[in-house]
Design a binder for this molecule. Structure first.
Ligand code: ADP
Length: 297
């Protein structure tokens, strides 16, 4: 079983002719509403790939809470440990997209900001039994630290988004940053070449292994002193939203099935590549049969 401790956000997306400057109002187009949040995306990614997934998190007591609970339940994710929180709104992301696809995003954590150590302690049995516990940085550090402490299996931490001052838990087995998050964690400039990525990843101590996702350049696996560059699959990307979430969800499934880190990373690259060929976050996430067919060529 895979436990995901993390965020659930309802994404509200409005097209705008141009982004407003402070003090300005612009008239946008029709709002589209999608389930999102890194925690929910990664849980859905894993469930769609055949993972047995349980979620630990919080929503409010508003309509958005029902949308988010339906979204994860309809994918087969166990929502028993998602708590409705009185007096607070469900997390939302307010996204404005201009005609060239540039976006500005305001994330209002709402109930996600109330996830704490007590939520993890209430789910201690689940976390102890989980083959893999998956964490990100859209809930307070305190929750991640408690989850990592209670986890009986592999702890996979995706330190995203790159929140200034965020402190990853001390006991992480697999750390999965992208280039920007790696720079934030190490205080170095964003590494460009593979050598720069290796040098930056080596600065991370306290993680058993580091997998740096490199977009169209694939992934860099650092285990002890050894490193391996796994190139990305060649696809025609149309929208890379949630590529990282797709990768983390798939990695969790493969690790829970006992694959090695290298095997799991290659499999996750396939799932993530498929997700980049389709629009949106959760709608783009691959199913297991698609990954098997993709790998079979
Ligand atoms: P994030 O969305 O967190 O920034 P990345 O952009 O690094 O994450 O993407 C995560 C993974 O998705 C990559 O390691 C790679 O396997 C896959 N991926 C992303 N972009 C592409 C692409 N253009 N072509 C093929 N695979 C991609």
């Amino acid at each position: 079983m895979i436990a995901v401790v993390g965020s659930l956000n309802l994404d509200l997306v409005a097209p705008v002719p141009q982004h407003p400057v402070p003090g300005e109002t612009v008239l946008g187009g029709d709002i589209a509403q999608h389930p999102g949040g890194k925690g929910a995306n990664q849980a859905v990614a894993a469930a769609r790939l055949g993972g047995n997934v349980a979620f630990v998190g919080r929503v409010g007591e508003d309509d958005a809470a029902d949308v988010m609970l339906d979204a994860v339940r309809s994918e087969g994710v166990d929502a028993t440990h998602i708590t409705r929180t009185p007096g607070v709104a469900t997390g939302r992301a307010l996204i404005a997209v201009d005609p060239v696809g540039e976006n500005t995003i305001i994330v209002s954590p709402g109930a996600n900001g109330r996830v704490g150590a007590a939520d993890c302690e209430a789910a201690a049995d689940l976390l102890r039994k989980a083959a893999v516990t998956v964490l990100q940085q859209e809930v307070p550090d305190e929750a991640n630290h408690a989850a990592a402490r209670l986890a009986g299996g592999i702890v996979l931490h995706n330190p995203a988004p790159a929140v200034a001052g965020a402190v990853p838990p001390p006991h992480v087995d697999v750390l999965v940053p992208n280039r920007t998050e790696l720079a934030a964690l190490t205080g170095t400039p964003v590494p460009e070449t593979i050598d720069e990525v290796v040098a930056a990843a080596r600065k991370l101590t306290g993680a058993g292994a580091v997998l740096v996702t490199l977009g169209g350049d694939g992934v860099l696996l650092l285990e002890g002193t050894a490193h391996l560059h796994i190139p990305a699959f060649t696809v025609r990307p149309v929208d890379t939203t949630a590529a990282g979430d797709s990768f983390c969800g798939a990695l969790a499934v493969a690790l829970a099935e006992g694959r090695t880190l290298e095997q799991a990373a290659r499999w996750a690259c396939a799932a993530a590549a498929i997700s980049t060929t389709r629009a949106g976050a959760q709608p783009s996430l691959a199913r297991r049969d698609e990954v098997e067919a993709f790998l079979a060529g």
